[in-house]
Design a protein around this ligand. Structure first.
Ligand code: NAD
Length: 296
C-alpha cells in the first residue's frame, strides 16, 4: 500500500486526506492542532508526532499549510521534510503561496535530489469534501505523471500547467480574475436594483446573455437565485474575504515580479484590504455585494 504523509490538516487538508484514505492509501498526518490529528485517526488514518515521524516512511508528502512562510518552515531546517523524507519520495505542495517562494522550495528540493510539484487548488471546502478540486500543477513532466496518480483521488481536474512554480502562477491569475469578478458583478447587481430590476429577472437574463460568468451562475452574491450560494446563509464562507485578500495580494506580487501593472486588480485588492480592515475577513468574499451596494 502506498503511504502518504499529509502535513497541514486544516479546513482543506482534512477532507483531502480523508479522500486519500477512501481511495485506499495509508495516510499519516501531522498538524500542530491535536484535534485535526484526532479527526484523521477517526477516519482510519495515522497520527504522526512530528514532521520527521510523518515523512520517514512515506512514498509521497503532501503539504497544505497557510502561506509561503509556513511552507518554508515545514520543508527546511533540521526538523523539516527535506531532512527526513526518503530521497525517492514525491513532494507535492498544494498550499497557495507566492511564486517566488515556490521556486525557492523547488530548487532546494531538486538540489537534494527530490522530485517535486507545486499543485495549488481551486475550489473551497465543499469541493475538497466531494473530491472535486481543480489542481494546477507545476514541475517536470515525469513528476506530474507521478503526482496525477495521487491528486486525481482529490480532484475532478488535474492539469499540468508547466515548469516549477507555474501552478502558483496559474492560481494567482485565476483568483485575481475571481476577486475582480466578485466586485464588478456586485456593482452591476447593485445598479440593477437601483434601476428597479428584480434580482431573479436579472439572473435569468444575464445567465443567458453576454454578462454571464461563473460567479453569477454558481455563486450569485445576491440572495435568492442560487440556493447553495453563501449569500443565502448570511454570507458564511464559502471562501473567506481574508483568503481572497491573501490571493489578491499574491497576484499583485506576481505582477510586480514581471513589471506588469494591473490597475483594476490593484483597485480590487484595495477594496478587499478595506473590507477586511472593516472586520469582514471572516465573511464570504461575495459579501462584497453588501459593501458596494451600500447595504453593509
Ligand atoms: P487552515 O488554516 O484551515 O489549515 C492550515 C493547517 O496547517 C492548520 O491546521 C495548521 O495548524 C497547519 N499548520 C500550520 N503550520 C504548520 C506546521 N508547521 N506544521 C504542521 N501543520 C501546520 O487553512 P486551509 O483553509 O486548509 O488552507 C490551506 C491552504 O489552501 C492555504 O494556502 C489556502 O490559501 C489554500 N486554499 C484554501 C481554500 C479554502 O477555501 N479554505 C481554497 C483553496 C485554497
Amino acid at each position: 500500500m502506498t503511504t502518504i504523509a499529509f502535513i497541514g490538516l486544516g479546513h482543506m487538508g482534512t477532507p483531502m486526506s480523508k479522500n486519500l484514505l477512501k481511495a485506499g492509501y495509508d495516510v499519516i498526518g501531522f498538524d500542530l492542532a491535536q484535534d485535526a490529528l484526532a479527526s484523521l485517526v477517526q477516519s482510519g488514518g495515522r497520527a504522526a508526532s512530528s514532521i520527521a515521524d510523518a515523512v520517514r516512511g512515506a512514498d509521497a508528502v503532501i503539504t497544505m499549510v497557510p502561506t509561503g512562510t509556513h511552507v518554508r518552515q515545514v520543508y527546511e531546517g533540521d526538523a523539516g521534510i527535506l531532512a527526513h523524507a526518503r530521497r525517492d519520495a514525491l513532494l507535492i505542495d498544494s498550499s497557495t503561496i507566492d511564486v517566488e517562494t515556490s521556486r525557492v522550495v523547488h530548487a532546494l528540493a531538486a538540489g537534494q535530489g527530490f522530485a517535486m510539484v507545486d499543485a495549488p487548488v481551486s475550489g473551497a471546502v465543499p469541493a475538497a469534501e466531494a473530491g472535486k478540486l481543480v489542481f494546477m500543477v507545476g514541475g517536470e513532466a515525469a513528476n506530474f505523471v507521478r503526482a496525477e496518480l495521487v491528486l486525481r483521488h482529490m480532484g475532478s481536474s488535474v492539469v499540468h500547467v508547466g515548469a516549477a512554480g507555474t501552478g502558483q502562477s496559474m492560481k494567482a491569475c485565476n483568483n485575481m480574475m475571481a476577486g475582480m469578478t466578485a466586485i464588478t458583478l456586485s456593482e452591476t447587481l447593485a445598479l440593477a436594483r437601483r434601476l428597479g430590476l428584480d434580482d431573479q429577472k436579472v439572473y435569468d437574463v444575464m445567465t443567458h446573455a453576454s454578462g454571464n460568468c461563473w460567479m453569477l451562475q454558481s455563486y450569485c452574491p445576491v440572495p435568492g437565485p442560487v440556493p447553495g450560494a453563501p449569500s443565502n446563509r448570511d454570507y458564511a464562507p464559502g471562501f473567506a474575504m481574508a483568503l481572497m485578500l491573501k490571493d489578491m495580494r499574491l497576484s499583485q506580487k506576481a505582477a510586480q515580479a514581471v513589471d506588469y501593472e494591473t490597475p483594476f486588480a490593484a483597485r480590487a485588492t484595495q477594496m478587499y484590504e478595506d473590507a477586511v480592515a472593516q472586520g469582514h475577513g471572516g465573511r464570504d468574499f461575495s459579501y462584497m455585494f453588501k459593501i458596494v451596494s451600500g447595504e453593509d
